[in-house]
Write a protein that binds this ligand. Structure first.
Ligand code: ATP
Ligand code: MG
Length: 481
């Protein structure tokens, strides 16, 4: 049975565009066969927006790209001779051409032997049935779906399945195991049972894949609407154990004297899903992943009070650079942002518990700076009680904290604030060389302002510095005028 009328219409609407007519004409000029293929075809059928178009050409992909770009009046063609591919940008789409090829993997090498091949050969080498469909760009059957592995059926049934034997497919290129989980998480699909079993059997093959490529798939999982789906699959298959043991260590519940703590792995996933509902920011999502990461290392049992995790926010934030480095994540401002949020993640909760002073609010605004809103989102997401009444109550208290932050911020403008007295001024006033005393004096001034002891202006801060400096036994520089 061919595809339904509905689908035929969908595909013809998608390809009935000047762009595809032009591509078709260019191919015809060269007497080459060409097809839309892979993710682009999948996303047309799913009705998902995509920017990348992949075209497979039976023959030279490079020639086809050059002709097509010229006919479209597109920009420069980038040629990757070694891969037999070429790409150019047209409007805001990236169009990539590849010559159809046949890949055979040898037992003892990660690199396949690549030869020119037919369309079918090229479809055979693709990772999943839903990624192996092609749409003809040829005049004779323009718009026709070529679907040798029933990818369409799997798309309708929402199944991730490999075209060939999954054990071989995953062993040939173990990155495909990460991709399977990534598509399951992005699309909300199920990995077919045999396929999942094959992943479980050879999760440790992931060790031949570079950390960069693993991170790329991991970040796509994290950016999906419900990232816990992907993380649970990574955990159950033990892929996660291969590159992120710290998060695996969060799993489990210990009970002593009848007192249990919560399972911090599943709690973390709930927090991550909650953040995902509030924000698309990858690094805020990473902060959710890392917020309790040091709980196992700081866990203690106190017969009176039960389980404690004192200092996990501090230790956790100090672990961030090591983990980011290993996972090949950026070690720049984004990492600092994650560290800061992990470090501060208990502070807003503390502010909901008692009568809050302006000074406590001012301190939080000062320390969180521009990231105060992100921090509030993380903390709201951190409420994962099953008791809805409790959740509601906490969220309401956070709303009150937000209001107080707004009030204090409007009054004091403490966000992005720098204390008015610099180390330089202190050194000049007391004629000192850089030393610990200067740091102490500087922070005493900052504390006095944050506590509301003195107003936030230069003059009051200067006078406070003189007083405090004398108290500390510092001598003023002899004044020449
Ligand atoms: P997206 O672009 O949304 O990340 P995609 O399916 O387009 O998803 P790409 O990485 O752009 O993924 O790859 C394009 C196509 O190339 C895929 O649809 C698939 O057919 C094929 N492909 C990519 N990576 C592999 C792989 N490791 N093994 C086999 N085929 C692959
Ligand atoms: Mg793509």
């Amino acid at each position: 049975m061919g595809p339904s009328k509905l689908l035929e219409n969908k595909i013809s609407r998608a390809v009935d565009k000047p762009l595809f007519n032009s591509l078709s004409a260019s191919l015809q000029k060269l007497k080459l066969e060409g097809y839309l293929v892979g993710g682009y075809v999948r996303d047309i059928i799913l009705g998902r927006p995509t920017k990348d178009i992949d075209i497979v050409v039976v023959g030279s992909g490079i020639e086809a790209a050059e002709q097509s770009a010229a006919d479209l009046g597109a920009g420069q063609v980038k040629v990757f001779k070694n891969f037999g591919t070429a790409a150019f940008k047209y409007k805001d789409t990236d169009i990539e051409f590849v010559g159809a090829r046949k890949e055979s993997y040898q037992r003892n090498s990660r690199k396949p032997i690549v030869e020119d091949g037919t369309l079918q050969d090229d479809q055979n080498r693709r990772d999943f049935t839903i990624n192996a469909m092609a749409i003809s760009l040829n005049a004779s059957n323009f718009g026709q779906l070529v679907d040798p592995f029933n990818g369409l059926e799997d798309l309708n049934k929402q199944i991730i399945r490999t075209p060939l034997d999954p054990a071989i497919t995953y062993s040939d290129d173990p990155l495909r195991m990460m991709r399977a989980v990534r598509f399951a998480s992005q699309l909300g699909f199920t990995i077919e049972a045999q396929s999942f079993q094959a992943i479980c059997n050879q999760h440790n093959r992931l060790d031949i894949i570079s950390r960069e490529r693993i991170a790329e798939e991991l970040n796509k999982i994290i950016l999906s609407d419900k990232p816990s789906v992907g993380f649970k699959l990574l955990y159950d298959s033990q892929l996660l154990h291969e590159f992120f043991p710290e998060i695996v260590a969060l799993q489990g519940v210990e009970t002593r004297n009848g007192i249990s703590h919560k399972d911090n792995f599943y709690h973390t996933l709930e927090v991550l899903d909650n953040v995902a509902k509030r924000s698309d920011d990858l690094w805020l999502r990473w902060a959710a992943i890392m917020h309790d990461i040091a709980k196992p290392a700081t866990k203690r049992f106190n017969p009176k009070g039960g389980w404690t995790f004192h200092g996990h926010e501090d230790l956790g934030s100090r672990w961030v650079p090591r983990i980011f480095k290993r996972l090949k994540l950026p070690l720049d401002q984004k990492m600092k942002f994650v560290q800061k949020l992990v470090f501060l993640h208990l502070r807003p909760i503390a502010l909901t518990k008692e009568v809050v002073t302006d000074s406590a609010i001012r301190r939080l605004i000062f320390e969180a700076g521009e990231d105060i809103e992100a921090l509030m989102m993380l903390c709201e997401s951190d409420i994962t009680s099953k008791n809805e009444k409790k959740v509601k109550l906490y969220l309401q208290r956070f709303e009150e904290v937000r209001q107080k932050i707004k009030d204090v911020e409007e009054r004091d403008k403490i966000r992005n604030w720098q204390p008015p007295i610099t180390g330089e001024i202190i050194m000049n006033t007391f004629d000192m060389k850089p030393s610990k005393a200067i740091g102490d004096l500087k922070s005493a001034i900052k504390e006095a302002i944050l506590d509301g002891e003195i107003p936030n202006n230069y003059e009051d801060a200067y006078n406070f510095m003189l007083e405090k400096g004398v108290e500390m036994g510092l001598k003023r520089r002899h004044q020449s005028n």
